[in-house]
Design a protein around this ligand. Structure first.
Ligand code: PLP
Length: 236
C-alpha cells in the first residue's frame, strides 16, 4: 500500500522518509512546481512520542495529530524540541482551549462555533493562531468540513476574529471518488477564499494514497502518515 508495486518497502524510518521526499519532488516537477513550495507534515497519530523524537533527529519539524489529548500529551513530553504541531482532527468546541495551547496550526476549522471558541481561548494573549478552513468534499454532512458553497462565508467569519490568522483551506479526499476530481473542487474553493484574503494561500491536501494528485492541483501542505511512519498501532 505504501510502495509502488514491485518496489520493496523501505525497512526503516530514514529510508521511508527520503523515499517519500523523492516522490514529492518528482510529483512537484511533473506539475511544473518547485518542491520548495511544498511542506511535508508527518502525521504521527497513534504512534508514541519516541517516534516523533526519531523523526526530529532525521530533520522533521512539521508534525500532525488528530486528537487533542494525544496532541497535548506529546507536546508536553517533547517541549524541548523545535517542532511545529498541526492539529488535523475534528475539533470539539469544549477542547478549543487545549487545542490552542498545544497546536501551532489548526487545519480543521469547520464551523463558526469552533472558530469562535479558538478565538476566545486566545483573545487575551498576543499570539495569533494560524488556521485553515476545512472543506467537506463528500456528500455526507457527517464528515468533517464545511460544504464548499459555505466555505467563503466561514472564511469571512474567521477573518473577523483578530486572534486567528486565516492561512487557507484543508480537505481529505473522499474514498468513493477519484482524488483528482475532488481536489479540483478544493482548488476552486481555495481561489474564492484567496479573493477574500490574498494571504490565505495554503492548500492542505494529500495523504499517503493521494499526495501526487494533491500536488498536481497546487497543494502546499501534505499530511503524510503511514507511508513514513509505517502502519499505525491499534488503539484499543
Ligand atoms: C491520519 C490522517 C492523515 C494521514 O493519513 P495516511 O493515509 O496515513 O497518510 C492525513 N490527514 C488526516 C486528516 C488524517 O487524519
Amino acid at each position: 500500500m505504501t510502495s509502488p508495486v514491485g518496489v520493496p518497502a523501505p525497512s526503516d524510518l530514514a529510508a521511508r522518509l527520503s523515499a517519500i521526499d523523492e516522490r514529492i519532488a518528482e510529483a512537484a516537477r511533473a506539475a511544473g512546481r518547485s518542491p520548495a513550495e511544498i511542506t511535508r507534515i508527518v502525521v504521527t497519530k497513534f504512534h508514541p512520542a519516541s517516534l516523533v523524537r526519531d523523526l526530529h533527529a532525521l530533520g522533521v519539524r512539521e508534525v500532525g495529530e488528530n486528537r487533542q489529548q494525544e496532541l497535548s500529551a506529546k507536546v508536553d513530553e517533547l517541549r524541548e524540541l523545535d517542532l511545529r504541531w498541526h492539529f488535523i482532527g475534528q475539533g470539539q468546541t469544549n477542547k478549543a482551549g487545549a487545542i490552542r495551547r498545544s497546536a501551532d496550526v489548526v487545519h480543521s476549522v469547520d464551523r463558526e462555533r469552533f472558530a469562535d471558541a479558538l478565538h476566545r481561548a486566545g483573545a487575551d494573549g498576543d499570539d495569533v493562531l494560524d488556521v485553515l478552513v476545512q472543506v467537506n468534499l463528500t456528500e455526507d454532512p457527517a464528515r468533517g468540513g464545511v460544504a464548499p458553497s459555505e466555505a467563503a462565508a466561514l472564511a469571512e467569519h474567521v477573518l473577523a476574529l483578530p486572534s486567528l490568522r486565516l492561512r487557507g483551506v484543508m480537505a481529505v479526499a473522499p474514498l468513493e471518488e477519484e482524488p483528482a476530481a475532488a481536489f479540483a473542487r478544493l482548488r476552486v474553493v481555495s481561489e474564492s477564499v484567496r479573493s477574500l484574503e490574498p494571504d490565505a494561500t495554503w492548500i492542505s491536501a494529500g495523504m499517503t494514497g493521494d499526495f501526487v494528485e494533491a500536488i498536481a492541483i497546487g497543494a502546499t501542505h501534505l499530511r503524510i502518515g503511514s507511508a513514513i511512519t509505517g502502519p499505525r498501532p491499534d488503539r484499543g
